[in-house]
Unconditional design. Structure first.
Lengths: 367, 126
C-alpha cells in the first residue's frame, strides 16, 4: 500500500523533518533541533503538531443520535452541553478498548477524533452499530493541527480572535480566511493548547502563519515524551483490545450517572470491575537512576515473580530523568511500591508513582 | 598519539602506547539523536573485538556499543554516565567511552582511517 501523506508533508520536508511511517502515514518524528529541544520548546513556548493522520468523524443527527450513542459510549451525552468535549472509548462487550477518542457535541451532531491506526475500523464498527439512520463522514478533506504550550493562546488568538474565550475541553466554529474552522481547547501534551480542524487546502498557509508568530513545528517523538510526562495513554501501548478502562485507571472518564443503569457496550464488565477491582492496573513507574525501561520490559517483585510489564518508557526531558507507565498486579499498584525492572538481563530498582510526572494547570475557566 | 581509526559500527579509536581510547563517532550521534543514557563496561573486565561493551539510549531507542579491538578495560568515562548529553556535544573529544589495554595491536590494521570512514558513511547513507 502506498504511504499516505498529510497536507503539511511539503512543509515538514522544507523544515528538515526526519520522517517515519506511522499508521500508514509518512509523519515527522523530529525536525533538526531534535526531540529534547522540541519538547522543551513546547513546554516553554508553543509547539505545532500535525495530527492530520487522526480521524475526524462527523456524525449528523439530533436527540435520536444522542440516544443511540449512549448505547455505545459510557457517557452522559444527554446532559453534555453543545460544544463540550469528553474523553471516551469505543469498546467491545468485554469492555476491551477498540480505540480511545474525544467526542464533542456540535450543533449538527457529534465530532469524534479517532486514532489514525484505528479510524477505519472504528468507522466500520460505528456504521454497523448505528445502521444507516445517521449520516457519517470520516472527513479526509480536513487537516488537524494541534498548537500546544503556554504561548499558544496568544499566538492563535492573534490570528483567530476569540479563541482565548474557549474553556478547556470546549470548542466552537470560527471563521477565518473565508472558511469555517472547528477549534477545541484541548491537546495531549499536558499543556494549554488547541486543536484546529481546517480544510486541507488552507492548512499549510495557516501553519506558516503560526510559525511566523513564533510557534515551531514539533515531531511525533516529542509528542510521545510530552504525553508520557503528562501521564496520558497512547493506543497500542497503554490501551488495546485486551485492556479495559478500569484496568487502564481511566474510571474518571466513565460518567457516574451511566454506572448505575449501564446500557452501554461493555457496561457489565465495567460495573463488575468497578465493584471487585481489576486484577491488573496501569501505574506510573520511575526507575531509580538514569536507566530507561522501554515497552515490554518485564516487572518483578523481590521474590523474582513477574508482576507486570512496561507499556511505554522513555527519558522525560522536563522531568530530567527516566519515566514509564505499565501494568502491574493490583497488589503492587500502591504509590511508592518497590518493583524491579528487567533490562538487558539485569534487574533494576524502580518505584510505583503518581501520574502525571509533569503537572501544569490547564486553563479551566477564563470567563 | 596514533592516527584516529574507525569501525563499521561507528566507533572511533586512538592508541597511546598500548592503551586505546574508544568512543562513538559524530555520525553515530547524529543518527541516534539526543542521547539520554550511557552504560559502560566495568573496569578490570575483558572485552573481545566486535563484542558489546556498553549501551547508549536516545529518546527513541537503545543501541549497543561495540569495541573495535580486544583488551582489558583500564578506565571508563564517568562524566558521560552522569551527563549523557555530553556525548552529543563532543563525541570525538571529551566524551570518550572507555580505555583498553590492548593485547594485539595488529587489530588496529583492519580499521578504517578518516577518509575511508567518511566514504563508508556516505555509501551506507545512500
Amino acid at each position: 500500500m502506498e504511504i499516505k501523506k498529510t497536507s503539511l508533508n511539503k512543509l515538514h520536508q522544507s523544515n528538515n523533518a526526519k520522517f517515519v511511517e506511522f499508521a500508514g502515514y509518512e509523519m515527522p518524528i523530529q525536525y533538526s533541533k531534535g526531540i529534547i529541544e522540541e519538547h522543551k520548546f513546547t513546554r516553554s513556548h508553543s509547539g505545532i503538531f500535525d495530527v492530520s493522520h487522526m480521524g475526524q468523524l462527523f456524525i449528523y443527527g439530533d436527540e435520536n443520535l444522542t440516544e443511540e450513542l449512549e448505547k455505545i459510549f459510557p457517557l452522559d451525552l444527554k446532559n453534555l452541553k453543545q460544544n463540550c468535549s469528553k474523553y471516551s472509548f469505543l469498546m467491545n462487550e468485554e469492555a476491551g478498548i477498540y480505540d480511545d477518542l474525544i467526542i464533542t457535541k456540535i450543533e449538527e451532531g457529534y465530532l469524534i477524533i479517532l486514532n489514525a491506526a484505528c479510524k477505519d475500523k472504528d468507522f466500520e464498527i460505528l456504521s454497523n452499530l448505528l445502521g444507516s439512520k445517521f449520516k457519517m463522514n470520516l472527513d479526509n478533506n480536513r487537516s488537524l493541527i494541534a498548537i500546544q504550550g503556554p504561548k499558544s493562546v496568544e499566538i492563535l488568538n492573534s490570528i483567530i480572535n476569540g479563541v482565548d474565550q474557549l474553556n478547556f475541553m470546549t470548542g466552537n466554529w470560527f471563521d477565518s480566511d473565508n472558511q469555517k474552522l472547528f477549534i477545541t481547547r484541548s491537546g495531549y501534551t499536558g499543556e494549554d493548547g488547541f486543536e484546529i480542524s481546517i480544510s486541507n487546502d488552507k492548512a499549510e498557509n495557516f501553519v506558516e502563519n503560526l510559525i511566523e508568530k513564533g510557534a515551531q513545528l514539533i515531531g511525533l517523538g516529542a509528542r510521545d515524551t510530552l504525553r508520557l510526562e503528562a501521564g496520558l495513554c497512547l493506543y497500542g501501548h497503554e490501551l488495546d483490545i485486551n485492556k479495559t478502562p478500569v484496568e487502564a485507571n481511566l474510571r474518571w472518564a466513565i460518567s457516574k450517572s451511566r454506572l448505575s443503569n449501564g446500557g452501554f457496550i461493555g457496561s457489565k464488565k465495567i460495573m463488575n470491575q468497578m465493584q471487585d477491582g481489576a486484577s491488573q492496573i496501569r501505574v506510573g513507574i520511575k526507575p531509580e537512576g538514569r536507566l530507561i525501561a522501554r515497552e515490554k520490559t518485564k516487572i518483578f517483585d523481590d521474590t523474582d515473580t513477574q508482576i507486570g510489564e512496561i507499556t511505554s518508557g522513555t527519558f522525560g526531558p522536563s522531568v530530567n530523568g527516566p519515566i514509564a507507565m505499565g501494568y502491574v498486579n493490583k497488589d503492587f499498584s500502591k504509590v511508592d511500591t518497590k518493583i524491579l525492572l528487567e533490562v538487558r538481563g539485569k534487574k533494576h530498582p524502580a518505584n510505583v508513582c503518581t501520574l502525571p510526572f509533569y503537572k501544569k494547570n490547564y486553563v479551566k475557566g477564563v470567563n | 598519539m596514533s592516527e584516529v581509526k574507525f569501525s563499521k559500527e561507528h566507533e572511533w579509536i586512538t592508541l597511546e602506547g598500548d592503551v586505546a581510547t574508544i568512543g562513538i563517532t559524530k555520525h553515530a550521534t547524529e543518527m541516534l539523536g539526543d542521547i539520554v543514557f550511557a552504560e559502560l563496561p566495568e573496569k578490570g573486565s575483558n572485552v573481545e573485538k566486535d563484542g558489546t561493551a556498553g549501551v547508549v539510549e536516545s529518546t527513541k531507542a537503545a543501541s549497543d556499543v561495540y569495541t573495535p579491538v580486544s583488551g582489558e578495560v583500564v578506565d571508563t568515562n564517568q562524566a558521560i554516565v552522569d551527563d549523557p548529553s555530553k556525548i552529543n556535544e563532543d563525541p570525538e573529544g571529551s566524551a570518550w567511552f572507555f580505555k583498553l589495554k590492548m593485547k594485539d595491536q595488529s587489530e588496529m590494521d583492519s580499521l578504517m582511517n578518516k577518509e575511508e570512514y567518511d566514504k563508508f558513511t556516505k555509501e551506507s547513507a545512500s
